[in-house]
Design a protein around this ligand. Sequence first.
Ligand SMILES: [Cu+2]
Length: 183
Amino acid sequence: MALAGALTTLGLAGCGNGDDTAAAAPTTGPSAATTLTVKDPWVKASKAGVMTAAFGTLVNNTGAAITVVGAESPASPMELHEMTMKDGKMLMQPKQGGFVIEAGGTHELSPGGDHLMLMKPAAEVAAGDEVTFTLKLADGKTVPFAAVAKPFAGAGESYDPGMSMPGSGMPMDGASPMASMTP
Ligand SMILES: [Cu+2]
């Protein structure tokens, strides 16, 4: 059944010859079952209070772009992060506008790239632990998923300490553990 759905989506997407009448069809219907899925999710194991990150591949199963605007987890306060080059160093920073996954496309979350940041895990995230997350989409929908923790040496990610976030009220008290992530 999932295959048939995918074929239908492909059929619509390939119908780019100026005939827009087909686009009017999928307005109603209980097809809102799965919009976005997370393939091969995992979390980097970490100690309590030490920031870590969740990764995986965001897969958009719909015919429209999906924007992930936030993430939540009972394990930790969360942020959407991207990596950026600054003074020859890879630094991570909040991703403005969220993660956009094109229609029928995928968006990779990986060490050294975009990721879901666990800003301050309340408890140790040990290898083998399962951590639950909820992605918040721009249209108000949510996508729950679970990721298993595994050890990872890291990609030398470090947080930009000079970054200020006016009005965000972000708890930056724990700034020191971030610096410790730099090998
Ligand atoms: Cu980060």
